[in-house]
Design a protein around this ligand. Structure first.
Ligand code: SF4
Length: 458
């Protein structure tokens, strides 16, 4: 903190600023127009992920109208500003929240911002990482600082062990389903407990990624040996004596045992089943083997109204199972679930099997590095032999802005984080789930669990 500005507002030093070609380009242009130099260009990074196509052989041309201008102006602005730029075709290119950890640009204890709401993903490293508007990004680039009203604190403890086949995606969907998409509103969340400690770093990123879908300002997890093992030796991690010094600092980033939180939630990890969403908000989530809730039985009139609208949009019926519902598409990708471990787990289900006829199945690795490593392990062959499209890295069909999309009113099981109306294409019906459930559903041609693929049971 640089100083307290009073009334709960602080001036924070911002250690890292990450931009992408959609909103970051606006911030860079804003500075250029005002002829303001960047205070610390060495702390600013930019990637091309949102608008760029993910089809093999891609270049600056995009399916999105005007997308090429965004890409080219971002490239020119990034070069003029002297910041680190991960361009199309670069070995380090990828989705911002995948490549920042991969490169160890995010580190424990740092403040990290990006004009993108899923910046909370990077809280998995014990950083204060949060999404901002492009005007705030512009301000932080010019001054190195940002005003922040201190959020309230919420500790969410997942106690005990997860059941077999239950993933970090299921944990976060369960949380949001139980406490609503506004349950974390106004809070900065610390995830903790045995089940969180047991997660690897990639799964921790999945958990923190959707803190914003819980309405939270951000999510974070205290750094531990897994965090350190993940970061060591990566390009932007401190080296030599700086690394030793950093380790000492990071050891102090855990919450004190007697720390006061404004609110605490405890969840028994064993209660969490594999999850899927039925509606058009991540909070409209249910057990994969459960029944679609009955809006008529909802006591809250707002929830009831929202449920009725969602049921109509999704073309599903209360009281019926989602399992067995025919699908048109399957998507594995996004900053939630597109890392190597996600692809490995999906690959285990796909190996030696075929995607059902009529299902369009797409895998988009989260970064060029993930793609390369997956190819070195032969995962690309497993996906393509099964009938999946194997793409270049980027946001792709996580987010439709006139570019890549599924077809009108298609039903898609997806490893992404938002199931809003038309998020993946015009009137597309998106069901959020783990990569395992996406792979299983692609094979069966309907919403299905990995268990159904293995032994025919739900
Ligand atoms: S993958 Fe999706 S959620 Fe993540 S940064 Fe890209 S558009 Fe946003």
């Amino acid at each position: 903190m640089v100083s307290s500005l009073g009334d709960g507002v602080d001036l924070l030093y911002i250690d890292r600023i990450f931009l992408h070609e959609r909103t970051g380009s606006i911030a860079l242009k804003g500075l250029q127009e005002k002829k303001r130099p960047l205070r610390h260009p060495e702390n600013v990074f930019c990637t091309i992920d949102h608008i760029v196509d993910t089809l093999p052989g891609r270049g600056d041309e995009t399916l999105m109208m005007g997308g090429k201008d965004f890409i080219q102006s971002t490239r020119a602005s990034a070069r003029d500003a002297g910041i680190t730029f991960f361009d199309i075709g670069d070995a380090q290119q990828g989705i911002v929240h995948v490549i920042s950890p991969e490169q160890a640009i995010v580190l424990p204890g740092l403040t990290v911002i990006c004009p993108d709401s899923h910046t909370c993903t990077q809280g998995a490293f014990g950083a204060l990482a949060f999404g901002v508007g492009s005007t705030e990004a512009e301000h932080a680039m010019a001054t190195g600082c940002l005003r922040l009203e201190k959020p309230k604190t919420l500790q969410i403890s997942f106690e005990g062990q997860l059941s077999e086949g239950v993933t970090a995606k299921d944990m976060i969907l369960y949380l949001i389903g139980k406490y609503s998409a506004a349950g974390g509103s106004g809070y900065s969340v610390e995830f903790c407990g045995d089940a969180v400690s047991a997660l690897d770093m990639e799964a921790r990123m999945t958990l923190c990624n959707m803190a914003v879908e819980f309405g939270a300002f951000t999510g974070m997890i205290a750094p531990d040996e897994k965090t350190i093992a993940y970061l060591e030796g990566r390009p932007y991690a401190p080296k030599g004596v700086d690394w030793t010094r950093a380790l000492c600092d990071w050891q102090n980033l855990e919450s004190d045992e007697k720390a006061n939180f404004d609110k605490k939630i405890t969840i028994n990890a064993a209660d969490i089943p594999p999850m899927i969403t039925w509606g058009t908000s991540p909070g409209q989530a249910m057990a994969l083997d459960g029944l679609v809730p009955d809006s008529a039985k909802m006591s809250d009139p707002h929830a009831q109204q929202a449920a009725e609208k969602a049921l109509a949009y999704m073309d599903i019926h209360p009281g019926r199972p989602l399992s067995g519902l025919a699908i048109d598409g399957a998507f594995i990708g996004s900053c939630t679930n597109s890392r190597l471990s996600d692809l490995r787990r999906a690959g285990e289900i796909l190996k030696g099997r075929k995607v059902a006829e009529g299902v369009r199945a797409i895998c988009v690795p989260g970064s060029s590095a993930v793609k390369r490593q997956a190819e070195a392990e032969g995962l690309d062959r497993i996906f393509t032999d099964a009938g999946f499209e194997w793409r270049e890295s980027g946001c792709s069909m996580c987010f439709y802005a006139g570019g890549e999309s599924f077809g009108l009113e298609q039903r898609v099981v997806t490893s992404t984080n938002r199931n809003f109306e038309s998020r993946q294409g015009p009137r597309v019906r998106s069901h959020l789930a783990s990569p395992e459930t996406v792979a299983a559903s692609a094979i069966m041609g309907h919403i299905a669990s990995p268990k159904e693929v293995e032994d025919g049971t739900l």
